[in-house]
Design a protein around this ligand. Structure first.
Ligand code: AMP
Length: 304
């Protein structure tokens, strides 16, 4: 059998973002779930991006992805404006308000996978409408491992579709508040139990700066976040974490629990670099050696 052209396919949003933190405002910068996730995965494996941009999308942003050797065969460019999102972070940088969301070309997006991507053994269904996530999943040929991410919006307005697609995935990832919203359970162990009943073997709950928890029916694994002195922009941290995790898992060629735990460490470390700057600015300057150094340091911090 010939090796597939990409090992990991990722679908999600591509946005031009305007972000304000307590100290800085940045306008029209590259964002979107698939942008962060592919950038993080690209350190480990050959990754294909599935998304949509408008004809206004800057060449400089395309070059950012090309320089990271992200495969762009699954990227659609359609007449119109690219999706735009803007948000303002509160003083604590944990919470933020969405100021505006302009769907633009994203409104009529129908993700179509290039032939090569259908064969990729690993698939990450990033945060888009669950109906579209299902459409992507149905185009693939028996992937080895599928991770799905979502957000409060889809839990509120498309829970039935979301439940259906979750049941077909190996792993579900969501934020602490989203897990509580989905299940009505405050305790994360209870929430995870209910989510595992939907079908996935693994439920990964992200807790922002407080790390993440991986639940299976048998056990739970806790991972702290890498402690940073300071950071500039937490936008996309969850997508960077999940993208790095899937990239590292795809590179290992495995899907067992121990390999997922190791991949979580890589995801967490890449996310810690990502938030040091806005957009992909830090990730474009990062190399694999820096990642390995921080992984070693991080593992030492977590050792009991
Ligand atoms: P996160 O910080 O994980 O919520 O990811 C932020 C990224 O998601 C930003 O770069 C936005 O462009 C993108 N985004 C914001 N709102 C949405 C939405 N409704 N659907 C998909 N992507 C979005």
């Amino acid at each position: 059998m010939t090796k597939p052209a990409v090992d990991l396919t990722i679908v999600g949003s591509i946005g031009i973002d305007t972000i304000e933190t307590p100290t800085e405002k940045r306008e029209e910068i590259l964002g979107g779930s698939v942008s962060y996730a592919c950038a993080a995965a690209s350190f480990f494996t050959h990754t294909g991006m599935v998304g949509v941009v408008g004809t206004d999308f800057p060449d400089a942003f395309l070059n950012t992805w090309k320089n990271m050797s992200i495969d762009l065969e699954g990227l659609q460019t359609v007449e119109g404006k690219t999706f735009r999102w803007s948000g303002v972070y509160h003083e604590n940088m944990d919470n933020r308000d969405t100021i505006s969301t302009e769907l633009n070309v994203f409104e009529t997006f129908s993700p179509e996978l290039p032939e090569d991507y259908c064969e990729a053994p690993y698939l990450f269904l990033g945060n888009i409408h669950p109906g579209l996530q299902l459409h992507v999943l149905e185009q693939t040929r028996t992937p080895k491992f599928v991770l799905i991410d979502t957000m409060d919006l889809w839990i509120n307005i498309a829970k039935e579709d979301l439940t259906k697609v979750i049941s077909k995935c190996n792993m579900l990832t969501l934020n602490e508040s989203e897990a509580q919203l989905f299940t009505g359970e405050h305790a994360l162990t209870q929430a995870a139990k209910k989510l595992l009943e939907l079908g996935p073997e693994y439920v990964l709950i992200k807790k922002g700066g407080n790390g993440s928890m991986l639940f299976t029916k048998e056990d739970v694994f806790l991972l702290h976040a890498y402690p940073l002195d300071s950071f500039k922009d937490p936008t996309g941290a969850g997508d960077t974490f999940a993208g790095g995790l899937m990239g590292a898992l795809a590179a290992s060629g495995k899907t067992d629990k121990e390999s997922i735990r190791q991949a979580m460490v890589y995801g967490s470390v890449v996310a810690s670099f990502g938030v040091e700057e806005f957009s992909l600015e830090r990730l474009t300057q990062l190399d694999r050696d820096e990642i390995e150094i921080r992984v070693t340091e991080f593992k030492e911090m977590c050792r009991i």
